[in-house]
Write a protein that binds this ligand. Sequence first.
Ligand SMILES: C[S@@+](CC[C@H](N)C(=O)[O-])C[C@H]1O[C@@H](n2cnc3c(N)ncnc32)[C@H](O)[C@@H]1O
Length: 258
Amino acid sequence: MTAFRSYPILGAAIAQLAALAMLVALRLVLAGLLDPMALFWTGLAVQCVTAAVVTRLIGLPVWWVWIGLAFPAAMSLAFHAGQLPAWPFGVAFVLLYLVFSNTARERVPLYLTNRQTAEALLSMMRQRGAGRFTDLGSGLGGVVRRIDGEGRVARGVESAPMVWLLSVLLSKIEGRGQILRQDIWAADISGEDIVYVFLSPEPMPALYRKAMGEMKPGSLLVSNSFAVPEVEADETWELPDRRKTRLYLYEMKGAAAA
Ligand SMILES: C[S@@+](CC[C@H](N)C(=O)[O-])C[C@H]1O[C@@H](n2cnc3c(N)ncnc32)[C@H](O)[C@@H]1O
């Protein structure tokens, strides 16, 4: 089960295979009893429902259950759609990979910090008289560009190729911030006053360990929306924006304490 949680795609594939085995058995039983059309629709329903149930039984999150349910229907639709050109699917796949490559690897999709949160981070920098800021997983770099300037140095670290390229262009156009094409786990954060992340629950424990091991005493790790499990934040900021954003602030104690 732990393997499925680490590689949910494996669990999803096993659920579809289990459903396929069920379908083959059912077809053997019902072959002479139903007409071909009824057999097809029954088979499709069995494949969808069984895959969804198995996905749930092996403990994958609920959105994988929906994928398990919809996947056989989508495949069937694709097979019955007739002669479609293949290249748009290839292009769409490459584009999706270039933008969302970290979704599969790190379980971190692309969504962006809103304006109110960027303003709150800016005022946090000002209150603390902080000069150095890094956004780990900086997306389109909006936060980096908002913080950089007036003596502050802001960096973004991003590895999704298309997202990185766009954010570099935007930073060059505005002349603010520096975006590195790097993995967050390889980023040097030892000199930063504030490290900001807006990722997902998945990487938070390892990220906290990295921050505690590398960041200087008195510096801050700030996480948008996702708290570090089993670690009490030193402060929580609740913002008055529409999504009631929460910022979790963790003060670093230095590598020796970690
Ligand atoms: C939810 S978005 C947040 C974007 C930005 N920080 C913001 O708040 O607007 C998370 C970003 O982290 C990037 N990311 C996830 N894992 C990463 C990794 N291991 N190395 C570099 N970037 C990563 C994703 O590509 C995505 O652009």
